[in-house]
Design a binder for this molecule. Sequence first.
Ligand code: NAP
Length: 212
Amino acid sequence: MNVSGRAKGQKKIGIMGGTFDPIHFGHLLAAEESRTVLELDEVIFIPAGDPAHKRERKTASPEDRYVMTLLTTLGNPKFTPSRIEIDRKEPSHTVDTLREMRHWYAPEKVTFFFITGLDAVLGITSWKEYEALPGLCRMVAVNRPGYSPRKLENLPAEIRQAIIPLEIPLLSISSTEIRQRIEERRSIKYLLPEAVEQYIYKKELYRKKLEV
Ligand code: NAP
């Protein structure tokens, strides 16, 4: 064991899961806070390819969300974007992603920490094979405005034990708010990296088509 209480050769890897539609500074802050608090070796950002649970809303294309994730993570050597869900032809399910990732690493040498929003974690019992998740990872539930971590108590005990609630101050930026601002032609400056802002404008993402 070393000073951080970790056995020699063991890795701790964060997996940031989200639609990232678009990715913003709140996500970066959540990833960096998780990395430092949980002493993670790296954080892999996985934009959901075809969010199985989100067919009712049109999202930016998987490729656009991947490019925005790539642009956002460029500046941090501990952050890596992954195409694992983008390239999968079937709908994205976290359990499949985690199982696939365990093939890349020796499972006995790595602990995965799946990081996502508290509101998403509160709905975990609707996810595919959710009972298998505690055997594959720890879940990090990042606070979201309007959602109390006390609600985690309503989840089954086996799942609850695998969840680490993470409080991040001032995290009230949301992708929904950013999409709305773009639709209303309001500024999105300082909510996300400038390169992502430029990409959104260049590709005309999230803009309502003007009536002719
Ligand atoms: P989402 O709409 O992108 O996010 C849900 C909430 O969490 C939003 O408030 C979001 O804020 C926030 N959030 C998203 N990613 C975050 C992150 N990494 N760190 C901190 N906050 C984050 O997410 P979703 O589509 O519901 O799903 C989140 C993750 O859970 C994805 O990886 C998804 O594949 C997985 N999931 C899996 C299943 C399944 O296996 N069947 C079902 C549902 C969800 P913003 O809107 O600002 O991003």
